[in-house]
Every structure is written in C-alpha cells, then in structure tokens.
Write a protein that binds this ligand. Sequence first.
Ligand code: GDG
Length: 483
Amino acid sequence: MERLIVVSAILPVHLQKEGREYTVKVSPGGLVTALKQALHHRKAIWVGWAGITGSISRKLKERILEEGKKEGFLLYPVSLTEEERENFFDGFSNGIIWPLFHTFQAYARFEPPYWKAYRQVNKKFAHLIKKISSPEDLIWVHDYHFFILPEYLDKLGLKNRRAFFLHIPFPNPELFFKIPWRIDMLKGLLKYDLIGFHTYIDRKNFLQCITEIAEDVDPDSTEPVVTIRFENRQVKVGVFPISIDFEYYDSFARDVRPPDKKTKIILGVDRLDYTKGLIHKLKAFRYFLEKYPQYRCKVRLVQAVAPNIKKLPEYDSLKVEFEHLVSEINGKFGTDRWTPVQYIASRIPFEKLVSYYRYSDVCWVNSIKDGMNLVGKEYAASNVDENGVLLLSEFAGAATELNNFSLLINPYDIEGTAVSIYRSLTMPAKERKSKMRQMRNHIKRFDIRWWTNTFLETAFGKKIEDFPPLEDDIPLHEILQFP
Ligand code: GDG
C-alpha cells in the first residue's frame, strides 16, 4: 500500500526547553496550519525537525509521537546539531532564501558555510527517508529548506515519486540570480516530478529562471499545470493557491463568545516577521488617527504578534521597533478609557482568534510580500455574519484571488492605506455583505480539500481519501529505532 511521506523543516509540534524540562508546543505559521488541515487523520508520515538541537531521547520521541497521534499523524522527529540549526535553518534557509525571496535583499547574508550546511541537512533528510520508506511510498516535500533534496534521493537510489510545494513567493530572475549557488538550487528543484507554487506570478518567475537549463518552457502560459523537460525527464510545474478548512472555521465561529466591543475593532494577526509589514501598519494607523480624529476613542487596532521560531537579529530589532511605536501611539493618542493599539505579544488561543475573526469590523493584512497569507481567508470563513471588511496588501498571494472581494492596499503607501482604513470603516452594509459573501463562497469552493486533492492528483493521481486513516496500534518500537 502506498503511504504518503510528508517532509517539512519543522514538525507541527516542536519541543522547547524551559529550565531543565521540555514542553511540547504547537509550531507557528501558515505551513503547519494548512498541512494539519490538509492531512487531518490520514496516514501521513511527517518528517521534520523537532525544534531542539542535539539528540532526542526516547522519552521525548514518545511525547512527540503521542502529540502527533492526536491529530492522526506519525511524526518522525529529526535532530539537528547546533551548527546545523545555525547554518542550515537560521543561515541558508532563513538568512538567505527567506529574505531574498521576500524582496528583502539587504537582509540576505551569503555566508559560504551556509551552503555547505544546506547540502548536509538535505542529505541527512534523504538518508532518513531512505530508512523509513518503501519504494511505492509517495513523497511530498514542503518549502524552501529542501530545494536540493531529490538530488540526494537519487544518489541513494530512491526512485519514489516526489513532489514539492513552495509556500513562499518565488522571486524574479534579477533577484534570484544573486544567489551564488543558484544553478545547483534550480537543478535540484527540477529533480522533483511536480513543483507547485501559490500564484502564476511565482511560477512565471521560476520559469523565467530556468529558460536556459530546461526545455519547453513558456513563462507566460495560463494553464494551471505545464510540463517542461529537464535532462530527458518530464517535470510538471503548477499553480495551486493554498487555502483553509472553510467548514471548520465557519462552524467553530458560530459558537464563539464575542470579545469586548466597546469600540470598533481592526484586527491584525501575524507572526513576528519583517515580511508582514508590521511597522508600516503602525505608521499607517498613526496617520489614520491624525487624519481622521473623529475615530479616536471609536476604533482600536487589535494586533496579535505570534513569536517566531527563527532566531535572527532582524526579529529582535523588529520587536523593539514595533513595541516602541505601539508605546508612542498609545502615549500620544490614548486616554484613560481608550488604548488605540491593543498589542498581544503571544500566541492567542484558537477560540479567541476565531472570536476576533467573527466580530472584528476589519481584518488588516499588510504584508510587504507574502506567498499566500491564510489570515484573510480564515477571517472570511469565520465572519459568519458577513459584516466585515478585509484590508489586504496587494503584495500577498491572496490578493490575486481575493482582489474583488477586499480593499487592496499598498503597504508602502501610508497615506493611501489610512484612506482605505477610513473606507473600510464607512463602507455601506450592503456592499460589505456582498463582498464578504462572495469571498466566503470563493473560499468555500477552493478550500484546503480542493488544494490538497488538486495537488495530489496532479502529482500522484491520488486523493487524500485514498490514503488510509492511521491505525491505533502504531508500531512504536519500529519508530523509536529511528535515529
Ligand atoms: C507561510 C507563508 C503562506 C498567527 N498568529 C496566531 C495564529 N496564527 C496563525 C494564523 C495562520 C498562520 O498562523 C499564519 O499563516 P500565514 O499564511 O499568514 O503566514 P506564514 O506563517 O508566513 O506562512 C504564507 C503559508 O505559509 C501557507 O502556505 O500563506 O504566505 O509565508 O493560520 O491563524 N494562530 C493562533 N494564535 C495566534 O496568535 N492560534
């Protein structure tokens, strides 16, 4: 029986050391949200890093497995050394690819040891896959940490069918070709059978980068899936905009208790990341309060900022600058009864998140660059009364799908954004309802099941339902032999 092996840099849960104890935490981010919903209770074997460095004891492996079992996955924790964390995870992946692919070129540090570590960890994952896989298993690899994994699968003689999905944007050739190891990265990627992107723009950028090394490449194709040739093999390259479990948010939202609504609420939900446009957002909100004083005491920005697992100096300085600006705005405009920016510095529980989604007047996604952005889709799915307005950055992948149902903003345009906030708060109820209803219908139709099955069918001719649910009697002893 074919099994589905899923590979991502980080598992859906990870370990965190607190004093001498380890706690199991839900991993942050959209990849985990989406994949958990996509694979829910199917027999997926999920291979990824468990968040700590050094070896993982049998006891901790068991705890991770137990957590996974609750969601219906077999989780295979991979340990990284401190050096691999520094050079592969924080280094090549999050210190070169992440900033460059999000147009933050100045943040990219092209340190030679990073590339060596990237190769080493891709090789390590290939060895682990070899240990746990049978030849008929199907391998689904996620994200920018694993561009060159298939090269090592090939070297180890693994012939399994393998597909790749990129959760972040793909840059244009001018940016991409800055990377000294660009050709190796492209050639590695082209050893997958299917390469998936969120949008046509990302795919076009990628196709433009490979015109010299592959054949039958048409960057302007409007077909959702195209086939190109590389080293006498056919490679499919497709567009699959990721989504969410609409029904789940919709039904959960119907029973949540409302948050305190003494004022109108503009909601922001982001990971602490420079790509999310948090500083631009505060500047635009400050400008809005100056330009439209009639809204003082009448509206507040509730901004949740979930901590990041990446340990980089850019995130520390972002946090300092963000908190400084929050204090400045609250100090300048706030009164003893009204705090303009309600900053939530930790991960909010799901129930509270959905309550905010349902009852906020506006949801504000201000990304400088974003592969998709699930927050806007979660907001619409939870906004069951159809009263809300989505203020959406035109640089988020979601804008290519939701542009007709939201107010698009350019996060660099502080003044224009302030005007859009005003428009969102004054939009007539009929228009709000009409936009929200259409948006909800779109997301309901193109939900996470649509995404998963379209991808799996294109890659392997399978649907998620074709994989059996996890049995209760996982052979723990087999798994725990795993290094
Ligand atoms: C990458 C790409 C792409 C956030 N704060 C809290 C919380 N969250 C959840 C949201 C949402 C997820 O985290 C964030 O997802 P995004 O899609 O916005 O962003 P990334 O983490 O950057 O994800 C992105 C995604 O992969 C999928 O392909 O869309 O473009 O960058 O689900 O709800 N959840 C809870 N409390 C919080 O405080 N419970």
